[in-house]
Design a binder for this molecule. Sequence first.
Ligand code: HEC
Length: 217
Amino acid sequence: MRIFLAIYLFAVIAAVSILGFRGSTSTKPPLEVFPDMDHQARYKPQAENEFFADGRNDRPIPAGTVARGNYFNQVEVFSEDFEDEHLGDTVFHDGKNADGSFVQAPPLEVTFELIEQGREKYAIFCTACHGAAGDGNGVTKPYGVLAANYHDDRLRGESDGYIYDVIMNGKGLMLPLKDRISPEEGWAIVLYVRALQLSQNANAEDLTAAQRTALGL
Ligand code: HEC
């Protein structure tokens, strides 16, 4: 009985002393009973390395390396029958003619679905700064940075290629978005910007008589 009590007491004290320290913090490295693969031989970035003649861990890109394609077409560009369509179609990809001037109209068939796609992408990529109506009334306004209002005369007069170029390559304080918007989406957004412009500048005379009656004008 005495032995049992001694063991019992020992077990209680051991349990309390081990579990009692749960939750207390320490600046010492933790005890690692099973280190698993935590510590492995590896090269640290930007560190020295005697193996290479220049003594650097990070290896420079081999001379003559050329970037191919982008985020949207990684798979195709590494296939053997890849042709860089961008080179042959600057109108679609850059919104520019061969002589560098901006194209006047979008180089793809304008459909309702495409405009709808533009509306969706506009809400994702543009509304925050330019406002849902495109009047520049977005989150940057309180900070004194006015994102452009699409309804001013200059922007209404700009070509579609120009608007496309602003979206893809940015302008002034506006960031370029071509790393996250495909050319087709870019043109879809241009169409939606045009729709927004029309929404604030349409004349009743532009409508047919039937449409005017339907609207009660
Ligand atoms: C982070 C905020 C921000 C986002 C997102 C943004 N813009 Fe802008 N945008 C600006 C600012 C700021 C300007 C004014 C640039 C300047 O003149 O310095 C501007 C200017 C413009 C202009 C006018 C260029 C000119 O000639 O004055 C157009 C057109 C435009 N943006 C379209 C878009 C479209 C379309 C999208 C979405 C695909 C978009 N922007 C997304 C901030 C933004």
